[in-house]
Structure formats: structure tokens, C-alpha cells
Ligand binder design. Structure first.
Ligand SMILES: O=C(O)C(=O)Cc1ccc(O)cc1
Length: 389
């Protein structure tokens, strides 16, 4: 039996004291700091942009054990410390209906429970959460029931009042997908783990994706095998959620393996510098990638530039123009464009915008790694009917 996921609540980072992620999120990526919690050993800061919420856990010193055997709450709430000290995005926190029942089922399935169900309360209500370890590297999942909580974020956090976010590029932002960097030949195991424990379903990325091999990109110096999965319950359950959450598509998960033929790539670099598998990048959906890229670039975000020949190849230039874009403008930012000619079977069309023609486009841009370790990065993605990555 699996735990049934309602939605992704937030993604948490664990960073070393003094790392610049908090100011990077506010000053460069234009997230709002909206809640915080301080203890002697951790500073927990919650940032929001549209529906995308990051929780940054900054360890001030060694965090005491999860439970000290007394009634006291753990120092670090809603997570469990990651032993290996590397700056990392390490927790995808899911809202579930029944934390105790879900945790029991996962334990029966053999999952490693890091924090057993715990109730936390303040004047705005209560939540119950537990934390389980994923099969992927240092990744963990907090399972949370916040249906009896009316506060902005979670009990124990102080709200930080800021002007209601009216940033031009925030509306419509949500987590589109989370990509795991995973060692060679590990994808099957990862898929089976998520299917068994969270009822995730594999879906085909595009017509080149195959049930056995995944979507293989092998050429032009890039050797990757991508496989995609998604939690399944949400579309049904979300009909009962408040309107703000109703329209928010589910976050998808991509497992990326590196293929040996093309030499070292970003997945290999991640595995090496991160010292194991983990969340390699997170894609933020935007309604207008040109506008968002311009704003972020002006505030100092550095994007990866594809080779200039990408935009000058006759076929790509034509493809970009057919999609209604100017190749020079896309090249100014480093935005990539992909075209999907037809629907793949079994594919979700998340973020479809009533594209009437048979061509569906995807625009994406990758930032440079945001930690000194050269590991994790962010992606901006705009979908015009396309379901790929
Ligand atoms: O998952 C995605 O968003 C992709 O577009 C595929 C991908 C996976 C790993 C990389 O290092 C770069 C791109």
C-alpha cells in the first residue's frame, strides 16, 4: 500500500551557515521571504514566488538529534538533518491525507522513517508531519497534513509581512518538475520505489520515449537518459481544494542518468560534487519566459548559453520563427525551443494553453549552478502545449 500524495507543499534546502542562497532567492530570483523560524541551531526561512515555495534550512551548528526523548519539539522542524555537509535541495514535502496511516504503510513497505508522526501547533491550528527517506541519494520526503491549519505557512513560523507580491513575473509561477541526478542503471529501481510507496505513475515524455529505455538524448556532446513520473491522485483530489490550488498543475519528477558515450555531463558533475544522487535541478514554470529571463538576468542571474550555432542552424532558426519567436532574442538570453509534432500516448498535457495547431512548443533556460559546489541549478520553463522536458 502506498501513501497518497495530494500536492507538493514545498521544497526544502539544507545549507551551511552563511551560504548566500537566501539573498540569491530574494534579490536575484525575486522570491518573497514570507515566514521564518529561529532556534539556537537552525534558521528556517520560507520563500514564495506564485505557488512555488522554498524552505531554506540554514544550520548554525550541529543540529541536536531529531528527538531528544523529551516532549520538546526538534530544533529543525519539518525535516531531518542531512548528514553529509553539502549545500543541497534535499526534501520534497508532500501534503497527504493521513500522515499516521501513510507513515505506517511506508514503514511496512520497508521505508526508512527519519521522523515518526509529530504534531505541531500554534494559535492558527495544528499540523501533523513525518519524514521518510527516499531511495534517491540524500532526498527525503516530509509528509504533511495541514488541513487543520489556517496560517500562512506552518506552525512555529512567524509570518513576515511584506507588500503583497505584485512582481510582474510571479503570477503563474509553480514547480513544473524536479529532476533527480541518478547513477547509471538506477532508474528502474527509483521508478519502482516511487510507484510502490507513493503510487507514482511513469508517463512517456514524448514519442521518442520508450517504456524500456526512457527518452535517450545521445549526441552533440550530451548523453542522457530521462524517465518521467508523476503522482496520480491529485487531479481528482484537487477538485476539493481551495480555488488558489485548483488550477495548479502537479509537479512532475524526472530521473536523469548520464550515458557514457558523450563524455562527462552535468549529471556526472552533480553526482561527483554532491557525492551521490539527489535533486539536480528544479524547473519553475513561467507564463512568459522572455519577460522572466530578462528580469532575472537584470538582477544578476547567470544563465547557461547554448553554443551560438544552436540559433544559426537553418532548421532551428526556422523552427523558432515558426513558433513565433525571434532567434536573436532567444539567443540573447540562451532560451532553448523544442517542438513536439504530435501527442505521445499516455502523456499529461500540463499547462496546455489551447494550442490549436499540431505543433506544441516548449521553451526552457537553465541557470548556472547556484551553490559554490557546482551542483544544483534552476530552470525556467514555458509550455505552449508541449509536455516534454
Ligand atoms: O529535466 C529537464 O528539465 C531536462 O530538460 C533534461 C535535463 C536533465 C539533466 C540535465 O543536466 C539537463 C537537462
Amino acid at each position: 500500500m502506498a501513501a497518497s500524495v495530494r500536492r507538493l507543499n514545498h521544497v526544502a534546502f539544507q545549507i551551511a551557515r552563511g551560504d548566500r542562497l537566501p539573498s540569491t532567492l530574494t534579490d536575484r530570483f525575486k522570491f518573497d521571504l514570507f515566514a521564518s523560524r529561529m532556534t539556537d541551531s537552525v534558521r528556517q526561512l520560507a520563500f514564495r514566488k506564485g505557488a512555488a515555495v522554498f524552505l531554506v534550512n540554514e544550520l548554525q551548528r550541529a543540529v541536536p538529534p531529531v528527538s531528544d526523548g523529551t516532549e520538546n519539539l526538534p530544533d529543525l522542524l519539518y525535516d531531518a538533518p542531512v548528514p553529509h555537509a553539502v549545500n543541497t535541495a534535499c526534501n520534497a514535502c508532500f501534503e497527504v491525507d493521513n500522515v499516521e496511516g501513510s507513515c505506517k504503510r511506508l514503514q511496512e513497505n520497508g521505508c526508512h522513517v527519519l521522523v515518526p508522526p509529530l504534531e505541531v501547533e500554534d494559535q492558527r491550528g495544528k499540523v501533523v508531519y513525518c519524514v521518510v527517506k527516499s531511495i534517491v541519494g540524500n532526498v527525503r520526503h516530509t509528509l504533511l497534513d495541514r488541513t487543520r491549519y489556517t496560517g500562512d505557512f506552518l506552525p512555529g513560523f512567524q509570518s513576515i509581512s511584506s507588500e503583497e507580491t505584485k512582481k510582474e513575473d510571479s503570477a503563474g509561477t509553480f514547480f513544473d518538475h524536479i529532476t533527480y541526478a541518478s547513477p547509471r542503471k538506477s532508474t528502474g529501481q527509483v521508478l519502482r520505489w516511487y510507484e510502490k510507496n507513493f503510487d507514482f505513475k511513469r508517463f512517456l515524455i514524448n514519442r521518442h520515449d520508450s517504456a524500456d529505455d526512457g527518452f535517450v538524448i545521445n549526441g552533440d556532446g550530451m548523453g542522457l537518459r530521462l524517465t518521467a513520473m508523476q503522482y496520480w491522485q491529485c487531479s481528482k483530489v484537487s477538485l476539493t481544494l481551495p480555488s488558489v490550488e485548483k488550477d495548479e498543475p502537479d509537479c512532475k519528477f524526472v530521473v536523469a542518468e548520464s550515458l557514457p558515450e558523450q563524455g562527462k555531463n552535468q549529471v556526472d558533475t552533480f553526482l561527483e560534487h554532491h557525492q551521490g544522487a539527489g535533486i539536480q535541478h528544479i524547473a519553475l514554470y513561467t507564463n512568459d519566459i522572455l519577460c522572466t529571463s530578462r528580469i532575472l538576468m537584470e538582477s544578476g542571474v547567470q544563465f547557461v548559453s547554448p553554443p551560438p550555432t544552436y540559433y544559426s542552424q537553418f532548421e532551428k532558426a526556422q523552427e523558432i520563427q515558426t513558433a513565433g519567436y525571434d532567434p536573436h532574442l532567444l539567443s540573447k538570453f540562451g532560451i532553448l525551443l523544442d517542438t513536439e509534432e504530435e501527442h505521445a500516448k499516455n502523456v499529461f498535457h500540463v499547462g496546455s494553453q489551447n494550442v490549436k495547431d499540431t505543433q506544441r512548443h516548449l521553451l526552457q533556460i537553465f541557470t548556472k549552478p547556484i551553490f559554490p559546489e557546482n551542483t544544483f541549478f534552476l530552470e525556467l520553463i514555458q509550455r505552449r502545449g508541449a509536455s516534454g522536458f
